[in-house]
Design a binder for this molecule. Structure first.
Ligand code: FES
Length: 120
């Protein structure tokens, strides 16, 4: 008997969920103002019926804390910064559904250079 092929997700969304203790000098992506962003994203994906083909993943620090809250959409290494619920809604609508990354919400190139070549 032939097994059915399970399709890959179309997108992964890695959302930083790092929360630093109070009084840490470095900012973190999750605080009292931003703690609802992941659930907002997940519930929006569910409401639109695309949870599954789009996989939201909670991660720890993604190394761009000063620009948080941040998340990466894969494929493509698209790093979105200074997220709000409204920005997440637009990213889902335009990047995820229409496959058109939202350029104005992406991290500036000066903070997101080319990947390091580890083969050398
Ligand atoms: S705490 Fe989110 S990128 Fe570092």
């Amino acid at each position: 008997m032939q097994m059915p092929v399970v399709p890959q997700p179309t997108f992964y969304i890695f959302k930083c969920e790092q929360s630093s203790p109070p009084n840490m000098p470095k900012p973190s992506c999750v605080n009292s103002d931003t703690q609802e962003l992941f659930n907002h994203m997940a519930s929006t994906l569910m409401q639109k019926g695309i949870m599954g083909p789009v996989q939201p993943i909670r991660t720890s620090c993604l190394g761009r804390c000063q620009m948080g809250p941040v998340m990466i959409v894969e494929p493509g290494h698209h790093m979105y910064v200074q997220l709000t619920k409204e920005k997440i809604d637009k990213i889902i609508e335009e990047h995820i559904i229409q496959n058109r990354p939202v350029q104005e919400y992406l991290i500036p190139d000066t903070f997101w250079g080319d990947p390091v070549d580890i083969s050398k």
